[in-house]
Structures are given as structure tokens and as C-alpha cells.
Ligand binder design. Structure first.
Ligand SMILES: Cc1cc2nc3c(=O)[nH]c(=O)nc-3n(C[C@H](O)[C@H](O)[C@H](O)COP(=O)(O)OP(=O)(O)OC[C@H]3O[C@@H](n4cnc5c(N)ncnc54)[C@H](O)[C@@H]3O)c2cc1C
Length: 376
């Protein structure tokens, strides 16, 4: 049997290794447009490779068809993944948060071990070859590629696996070619694709003054006025808007409504462990205890140097005020910003800065494979 795999990312590499381990006699040709394998693995987790999570269920996935993921997780759960890693010499560091990293803390070592495994199993890796078309004739597949503007054809494949991902991080040669071929040539249908796990642009005009401030916050997503999701985690103020883990996570639910021109807003609570009255009491008693101190200076002790003056500015409170000059209404306004700071989301940082893509081939059109389908 001869199989072509398009895309030497995490999915294509593991598919190639698994197929070869099931039946060493299969010929596997693994094509990639890049010069090397696993370019996105190298970029992941800021080069540390946050490779998995030890507590995964289908609830951690987004899609119209949760059963698709349940099936995959049943076939290959975290224990299977850990065993697979051990089998290629990769030891894991499982953090208390359930985040999993390679023990080396280096994405490069993950890619090196995967590459060595592919080579030892005699997988043919064909680099710098972008597959632009697939033809099927008499049950055999033919791949058409471009490499250095030269067209080539690769024939006689019994099976083709399209694992070429989608368009997140086009600077790493990410394309939607595979999805387009599956739709145009093999009758699949697709959902709209969109950048996901991505920074969100907001209408906040003073962003540049607070860029770089990092806080832990509870972030709530509102779509057309309805609260859709709440996520606690790191929040980073940037010159274009907001980023950090909490924003990347919530972006998965924010981008599609944006694509459909719905009203998308974020509410940021910088004190999620206190209720509103506790925050109010904290500020009132601070201002009361140091009445002749600069009010904005006192607030810097609670939030941050950069945020405090901006909170005064957006609430139109004089930054020269002493604590004793701040009235009850102004304190309530400050508390409102600290616990329910509203931002209108105007866009995303796009595929260039996205860690993943949403949408793509409809999973209800993908058959569940038989475990022994590589045995023939
Ligand atoms: C900056 C960044 C940080 C990330 N951090 C994390 C993290 O910490 N943890 C985590 O779990 N995930 C992270 N991710 C996401 C993770 O890297 C991806 O979800 C995963 O690597 C996707 O694997 P894949 O095999 O499905 O697709 P890809 O890695 O996209 O692989 C597809 C391959 O197909 C090739 N290809 C595309 N089109 C063609 C074509 N026409 N012909 C031939 N080859 C083609 C591409 O060159 C690519 O090598 C991050 C992603 C990015 C961009």
C-alpha cells in the first residue's frame, strides 16, 4: 500500500508514525511546503511547546459535532499520548495546572525526536513541495505539486491523508489548500474559517498608554448584550487592544460573532475574588485613611502605575485630586471600571497572529476510521 500524507505538522507526523507502526510495509510519502517538519510545534508555547493537557474531555473542544472529538479521545486519550511520547523518547512535565510540556522545556527537542522516529521508520519526507491539487482515477490518487514554480505529479497512491491544517500563521506556510481541495474535488463542505486563539482589537482610545500592563482578571464575553462566556486568567493590555491567555481563550467564542457583525463586548473584572461592595469598601477606607494623599497615587497601589491615571481619565476625574476630594459617585465610577471595565471588540489581530483557525471541513462528513485500516 502507498499512502500520501499532505502536511508534516503534528497531525501528519503522528499519522505517519502510527501507520508505519501498524504496518511497516506501507510506503508513506509525507509532503510539506516547508523546509523542515513541525514548524508550528516549534512556535508553540513560545518555543517551550505546551504540548498537551492531562485533563482533556470533549468539553474542551468547540464545534457543532462534539461526538467527533469524543471518538478521537476514546481512541487516543492522554495516557495513550504519554505512552506514544515515551515510545519516541520524549518525557513529559505535567504541571499542577494540567498543562503538559516536554521535560526538556524545548519545542526543538520534540521536533527532533519526531523527525528521528520518522526517519527510523523509513517515512519518505518530501520537503518544499506544496500540493495544489489531487486527482482520483480508478481508485488511485495523483498529487500535483509546485516546487520552485515547477509543477510535478506524484502518482499511484492508494490513500491520501490531508493534514495540512488551515491558515493560522501564514508566515509558517500555513494554507487552506487542503480544505479547498477536499471541497472542490471530493465533495466535502466547509464552514467559514476564522482566526482563533488571537488578540482582540478594541475601541479603547487610550490603549497605547496602558500597553504592556499584565493582570489576572475575569473576562466576560457579551454578544448582542448576552453574556456568553467567562474566563479567568492572564490579561495583557496591548497597543491594539487586549491579549493574554484569557483573551486568546475567549477569542474562540468572540470571532465568529464578529464575522457576522454582531455586537461583541468584553467586561474585565480586575478583582474577581472580591465582590463589588468589598472593592468599594477597600477604596473608601484607603481614601479615608490618607485624605491628603494624591488619590491617583493611592489607586496605583491597588492596580498599577499605568492603569490608575487612565481610570481617572476615562471617568473624567481630575488627576490632581486629593483622596478627600473624591466624592461617593466618583468612587463608584472607579469601582465600576475596576470590576466591569467594558471594551467593544472591533476586530482581531488576524491569521498572522492567530495560534489556531476556527471552522473548516465539516466534521460530520469525516468517517470514523477502522483501527485496522492500514493492515491491508
Ligand atoms: C505561535 C503559535 C503558538 C502556539 N502555541 C501552542 C501551544 O502552546 N500549545 C498547543 O497545543 N498548540 C499551540 N499552537 C497550535 C498548534 O501549534 C497547532 O494546533 C498544531 O501544531 C497544528 O498541527 P497540524 O498538524 O494540525 O497543522 P499544522 O502544524 O499547520 O501543519 C500543517 C502542515 O501542512 C503544511 N502545508 C500546508 N499547506 C500545504 C500544501 N498545500 N502542501 C504541502 N504542505 C502544506 C504546512 O507547511 C504545515 O507544516 C500554537 C500555534 C502557533 C502558530
Amino acid at each position: 500500500m502507498k499512502i500520501a500524507i499532505i502536511g508534516a505538522g503534528a497531525a501528519g507526523i503522528i499519522a505517519a508514525i502510527t501507520a508505519k507502526r501498524i504496518n511497516q510495509k506501507i510506503q508513506i510519502d509525507l509532503y510539506d511546503a516547508n523546509k523542515g517538519i513541525g514548524k508550528k510545534i516549534l512556535a508553540s508555547g513560545n518555543g517551550r511547546c505546551n504540548i498537551s493537557n492531562s485533563d482533556i474531555t470533549n468539553e474542551n473542544y468547540i464545534g457543532e459535532n462534539p461526538d467527533f472529538v469524543s471518538y478521537a479521545l476514546k481512541q487516543f486519550n492522554f495516557n495513550d499520548f504519554e505512552k506514544f511520547c515515551k515510545s519516541i523518547g520524549l518525557l513529559l512535565d505535567i504541571k499542577e495546572t494540567n498543562k503538559v510540556y516536554p521535560l526538556s522545556n524545548e519545542a526543538k527537542s520534540v521536533v527532533n525526536l519526531l523527525e528521528e522516529t520518522l526517519i527510523s521508520l523509513d517515512v519518505n519526507i518530501i520537503y518544499e513541495t506544496r500540493i495544489i491539487d489531487i486527482k482520483k482515477d480508478n481508485d488511485k490518487f495523483e498529487l500535483i505539486s509546485v516546487s520552485n514554480e515547477e509543477k510535478k505529479s506524484f502518482k499511484d497512491y492508494d490513500k491520501v491523508l490531508i493534514s495540512s491544517g488551515l491558515a493560522a500563521a501564514p508566515q509558517l506556510n500555513a494554507t487552506e489548500d487542503g480544505m479547498n481541495i477536499a471541497v472542490s474535488k471530493f465533495g466535502h463542505s466547509s464552514n467559514i474559517t476564522y482566526p482563533s486563539l488571537v488578540g482582540l482589537q478594541t475601541d479603547f482610545e487610550l490603549s497605547t498608554k496602558v500597553q504592556g500592563v499584565k493582570k489576572e482578571a475575569l473576562v466576560a464575553l457579551y454578544v448582542d448584550g448576552q453574556k456568553e462566556k467567562e474566563i479567568f486568567g492572564d490579561l495583557l493590555f496591548t497597543k491594539y487592544g487586549l491579549s493574554g491567555f484569557s483573551i486568546l481563550d475567549i477569542s474562540q467564542f468572540a470571532v465568529l460573532p464578529l464575522e457576522y457583525y454582531q455586537d461583541v463586548q468584553l467586561s474585565i473584572n480586575l478583582f474577581p475574588n472580591k465582590n463589588r461592595n468589598e472593592v468599594l469598601g477597600m477604596i473608601e477606607s484607603l481614601f479615608k485613611s490618607l485624605p491628603n494623599q494624591s488619590a491617583v497615587l493611592l489607586l496605583t497601589g491597588i492596580v498599577s502605575n499605568k492603569l490608575a491615571p487612565i481610570i481617572f481619565e476615562i471617568n473624567k476625574i481630575d488627576k490632581e485630586s486629593l483622596a478627600k476630594d473624591i466624592n461617593a459617585k466618583q468612587i463608584r465610577a472607579i469601582v465600576n471600571t475596576l470590576t466591569n471595565w467594558r471594551f467593544k471588540v472591533t476586530g482581531t489581530q488576524g491569521f498572522q497572529h492567530a495560534e489556531a483557525s476556527g471552522g473548516g471541513i465539516r466534521t460530520d462528513e469525516v468517517d470514523k476510521p477502522a483501527r485496522n485500516s492500514f493492515n491491508s
